[in-house]
Design a protein. Structure first.
Length: 62
C-alpha cells in the first residue's frame, strides 16, 4: 500500500468533509486498488472450469 499524506477539510463543526492527497499519492492509490481488483478477479476466475488449449484451437479451426 502506498504511503499517504492526507489533508482533511472539515466543516464549521470540525467534522471531516473531504480529503486532499498529493496527485502522485492519488495515482499510486488508484493503481493499488486496480491491482487488488485484478487479484480478486483472478481468484474468482480460478474457480471456473478451464478448457484445454488444443480444444480451443480445434473449435476455432486453428
Amino acid at each position: 500500500m502506498p504511503e499517504l499524506h492526507p489533508q482533511f477539510l472539515t466543516d464549521s463543526d470540525g467534522k471531516p468533509m473531504s480529503v486532499l492527497l498529493p496527485f502522485a499519492e492519488y495515482e499510486a492509490l488508484m493503481e493499488y486498488l486496480e491491482d487488488m481488483e485484478d487479484i480478486a478477479d483472478a481468484r474468482q476466475a480460478s474457480d471456473e472450469p478451464t478448457i484445454p488449449w488444443e480444444t480451443v484451437k480445434a473449435e476455432m479451426g486453428l
